[in-house]
Design a protein around this ligand. Structure first.
Ligand SMILES: [Zn+2]
Length: 184
């Protein structure tokens, strides 16, 4: 294989932030459009099969597990900058309760909060779009979800939350389970 994307250098950090801000505004517009019942794409609409997304990211994480660090960071920014205003509540249990229906509302997964107090929470995802139906490949692959959740909860709580996936369908478990820890 000849890879034409080899050795791409990182952009200037300030330029990257300017582009990220432009995207943040664009994504917020997309959510508003969606709330009005309009789609981003005029002819094909906004829904497509989950298969392509799963193939890309699952192979990415088994061939390059070191990219999970980047995926968590990207997810965190999505959660913090784009999705956190969907969350209501001040305490971690209130935040978890408010978050619970969101996953199902976007057809991502059925979410169940198992435990929640001021310092930690545990929640499960059933029929997760990222991993449900995958074979046991000894990997927990729902890293974007963990990062998005961490960004959302940290922003909503005003304290740093770390989210780690403890169980995953791609690791032989029947559902995904996430541990939320308030670390400061
Ligand atoms: Zn999973």
């Amino acid at each position: 294989m000849i890879n034409p994307y080899k050795n791409i250098s990182r952009p200037d950090p300030e330029e990257a932030e300017r582009r990220a801000e432009k995207l943040r505004v664009s994504f917020a517009d997309d959510y508003e459009k969606s709330a009005r019942g309009e789609s981003i794409r005029p002819r094909l609409g906004d829904l497509m099969s989950i298969q392509y997304m799963r193939e890309r990211q699952t192979l990415t994480f088994i061939l390059h597990p070191e990219l999970k660090e980047t995926a968590y960071e990207i997810g965190y920014r999505i959660g913090r900058d784009i999705c956190s205003d969907m969350i209501r509540g001040k305490t971690l249990p209130e935040i978890m309760q408010s978050n619970q229906p969101i996953a199902e509302s976007i057809n991502y997964a059925f979410e169940e909060v198992v435990e929640a107090d001021e310092h930690h929470a545990v929640y499960r995802h059933y029929e997760c779009a990222d991993c449900y139906g995958l074979p046991d490949i000894h990997e927990k692959v729902c890293v974007y979800e963990a990062g998005v959740a961490a960004g959302m909860f940290s922003e909503a709580l005003g304290r740093e939350c770390v989210v780690t996936e403890q169980k995953c369908c791609a690791n032989g478990d029947p559902y995904c389970e996430f541990l939320v820890e308030v670390v400061d």
